[in-house]
Design a binder for this molecule. Structure first.
Ligand code: C2E
Ligand code: CA
Ligand code: CA
Ligand code: CA
Length: 282
């Protein structure tokens, strides 16, 4: 009926207004949060299956806001990208990762690397390499201890410029990963051209490998292909022992996921390393 239609419209309109207000609020709060450096980083271990050792951590940003509560990066990173706030935010994140790596180093874990997620918007800025290099230098950190995680979407954009940047970053000593592999473009030609160290298989492929033979076949094929192209493979979102065993049998190099640990504050991450050593020794 007409009446019903009007109600639906009203609902839709209210939702839209709510969304817009929420967007304005997030935007405003993000600006404040950047000024106050209200962000922290949590660290999730990457475990090398052959060495049976933690070889590094992925840094994942966390934001707990007075008004909005805990906001997931899956929500606020896209907002920051839309408004350009991603640039100052990324700089804060890289700086914090340096400070945390220094904490690792002071406790004898300087051989571990920290992986930083790089937004496409940041990567494609003209001065991206200068800006990241400056932050590292200011903190007496070397690119050798950092890994940059770039999504397929990021590297598929502006190919020539991308290759130039990746080659330069690699020369500087950064390790380079392709993140969320399998969720973006289907073209694989870039894998041959780009100097990538690691391929991270997206968690959507990992979740069903125990029960779906087709998923297993795809993961197996990705691992073989990556190895032929001299890349190491990291499986993300691994939650079960059965998945670890399947991945080990397929020759997967590294595992990341709740099976080993959720992302945690740097202090806990350092404790986790001690715990891990005790487990291995005893
Ligand atoms: P991502 O880079 O693919 O990160 C992996 C996400 O999976 C993280 O969510 C992590 O907490 C979650 N995860 C890890 N292990 C498991 C598991 O075993 N099971 C399940 N279900 N999930 C697992 P998070 O921290 O919420 O981050 C979401 C996304 O936000 C990231 O996806 C990344 O795209 C973005 N992001 C996070 N931190 C940063 C950052 O510092 N900078 C930028 N540019 N983006 C970030
Ligand atoms: Ca990532
Ligand atoms: Ca990922
Ligand atoms: Ca993801």
């Amino acid at each position: 009926s007409k009446r019903n239609g009007r109600n639906q419209f009203a609902f839709y309109f209210d939702d839209l207004k709510l969304e817009t207000n929420k967007g304005i609020l997030i935007d405003h709060e993000l600006r404040q949060a950047i000024k106050n450096n209200d962000f922290t980083l949590n660290y999730q271990p990457k475990v090398d299956l052959k060495k049976n050792a933690v070889i590094g951590f992925e840094a994942l940003v966390r934001w707990n806001n007075d008004k909005l509560g805990f906001v997931s990066p899956g929500i606020f990173i896209p907002y920051a990208e839309e408004t350009g706030l991603i640039i100052p935010l990324s700089e804060l994140i890289i700086e914090q990762a340096c400070l945390d790596w220094i904490k690792l180093d002071r406790l004898g874990n300087g051989h571990l690397s920290i992986a930083i997620n790089i937004s496409s918007i940041h990567f494609h800025q003209e001065n991206f390499i200068d800006s990241i290099q400056q932050i590292l230098e200011r903190n007496n950190c070397s690119p050798r201890n950092f890994e940059l995680e770039l999504t397929e979407r990021t590297v598929m954009n502006n190919e020539r410029e991308t290759i130039r940047k990746l080659v330069l970053l690699k020369q500087l000593g950064f390790k380079l990963s392709i993140d969320d592999f399998g969720t973006g473009y289907s073209s694989l030609s870039y894998l041959v051209q780009f100097p990538l160290n690691y391929l991270k298989i997206d968690q959507s492929f990992i979740q069903l490998i125990g029960s779906l033979n087709e998923k297993q076949a795809v993961v197996d094929a990705i691992i073989q292909m990556a190895h032929r192209l001299h890349m190491e493979v990291i499986a993300e979102g691994v939650e079960q022992k059965e998945q670890v065993e399947l991945l080990r049998n397929m020759g997967c190099d590294m595992i990341q996921g709740y099976y080993y640990s959720k992302p945690m504050p740097i202090r806990e991450a350092i404790d986790y390393l001690e715990f891990w050593k005790l487990e291995i020794e005893g």
